[in-house]
Design a protein around this ligand. Structure first.
Ligand code: HEM
Ligand SMILES: *[C@@H]1O[C@H](CO)[C@@H](O)[C@H](O)[C@H]1NC(C)=O
Ligand SMILES: *[C@@H]1O[C@H](CO)[C@@H](O)[C@H](O)[C@H]1NC(C)=O
Length: 320
């Protein structure tokens, strides 16, 4: 009797493992026979885009995060609104952002389709482009597990609830990451993406007017740029010291009380992540290797694989 129960339990555990291990189906060599040129095509387009405007790299990196946090890394974010279905682009965290990230994905997709028709998913293109963005801006590189497929519908509700906002507390941030199977160490490392790119006044107003854990000089600079009301769209670099360089400047800012977003400074506010922030601020190599590992983990959040979903031809709409 006990033995049967044990067997049943083991069988159940196995089923659970197999089900949860769907990300194990992703592999770096997924396109090595069907589209070996995809790596070069993505790199080439990203390289030109980043040379023209470093912000492109930041925009793509952010899109990858926002895609993966809503129904997993399935390119659901890239779907445009339709008359019947609102997409994810209108959700608070996505609205008002730069649209050139979406245009850039379209450029890459067009070239990839020319080389390998109906073969490479938009979700994989985004994962490769995010990796290349980081590396082109001076950050680490890593092998990107591939084989994701594209969603056939967006989740506007998920986009409104699952992406934490800039006024989030540490508890809220940790919970949002835990809900995607990511740890607080992943949170600490992935937040280092804010070493590049910009945020609008709208996003950092609370920080420079209301927080007390802020460097006075930094807050006063921020207030000059960002009026107490109005001017919502005025942008400031997330890492003012080296805005276009993927380095550990973000963590040095946090230690100095100069995180731009309230949520940034929550990582270093006499809490459990202080020691990691100190480590990353002092040791760029430790940050780089943790960041790369956490990007792979982010990319493993609930991908569609096998025959689920589809390979979208146009990243903005489902195949007809
Ligand atoms: C931990 C929770 C996070 C919060 C609350 C957050 C919030 C924000 C906000 C409010 C902005 C500025 C948006 C604007 O005002 O236009 C921003 C920008 C950005 N975020 Fe995050 N973020 C988080 C995590 C991440 C992660 C994990 C990544 C990537 C791995 C990322 C990548 C970026 C990048 C690159 C930008 C700059 C985009 C640009 O210049 O266009 N963020 N984030
Ligand atoms: C270069 O960047 C500008 C914005 O700075 C953008 O308007 C333009 O489309 C970009 N050109 C190319 C070829 O990417
Ligand atoms: C949309 O996202 C929410 C929040 O994660 C989730 O509860 C819901 O099941 C998702 N809906 C669909 C249709 O996937």
């Amino acid at each position: 009797m006990a033995a049967t129960r044990l067997l049943l339990l083991m069988a159940a555990a196995l089923v659970l493992l197999v089900a949860r291990g769907s990300d194990a189906q992703l592999s770096a060599g997924f396109y090595s026979a069907s589209c070996p040129s995809v790596h070069g095509v993505v790199r080439q387009v990203m390289s030109q885009a980043v040379m023209n405007n470093s912000r492109s790299g930041a925009a793509i990196l952010r899109l990858f995060f926002h895609d993966c946090f809503v129904n997993g890394c399935d390119a659901s974010l890239l779907l445009d609104d339709t008359p019947t279905t609102p997409g994810e682009k209108g959700a608070g965290a996505n609205a008002g952002g730069s649209t050139f990230g979406f245009d850039l994905i379209d450029d890459i997709k067009t070239q990839v389709e020319a080389a390998c028709p109906a073969t490479v998913s938009c979700a994989d293109i985004l994962a490769l482009a995010a990796r290349d963005s980081v590396n082109l801006l001076g950050g680490p590189s890593w092998a990107v597990p591939l084989g994701r497929r594209d969603a056939t519908s967006p989740n506007a509700t998920g986009a409104a609830t699952d992406l934490p906002g800039p006024d989030s507390s540490l508890d809220r941030l940790v919970a949002a990451f835990a809900a995607k199977g990511l740890t607080s160490r992943d949170l600490a490392a992935l937040s280092g993406a804010h070493t590049v790119g910009m945020a609008r006044c709208l996003s950092f107003r609370t920080r420079v007017y209301c927080d007390d854990n802020v460097s006075p000089a930094f807050a006063s600079q921020g207030r000059q740029l960002c009026p107490a009301s109005g001017g919502d769209a005025t942008a400031a670099p997330l890492d003012a010291s080296t805005p276009a360089e993927f380095d550990n400047g973000y963590y040095r800012n946090l230690v100095a009380g100069a995180g731009l977003l309230h949520s940034d400074q929550e990582l270093f506010n006499n809490g459990p992540l202080d020691s990691l922030v100190r480590l990353y601020s002092a040791n760029g190599a430790a940050f780089s290797s943790d960041f790369a590992a956490s990007m792979v983990r982010l990319g493993n959040v609930s991908p569609l694989t096998g025959s689920a979903g589809e390979i979208r031809i146009d990243c903005r709409k489902v195949n007809s």
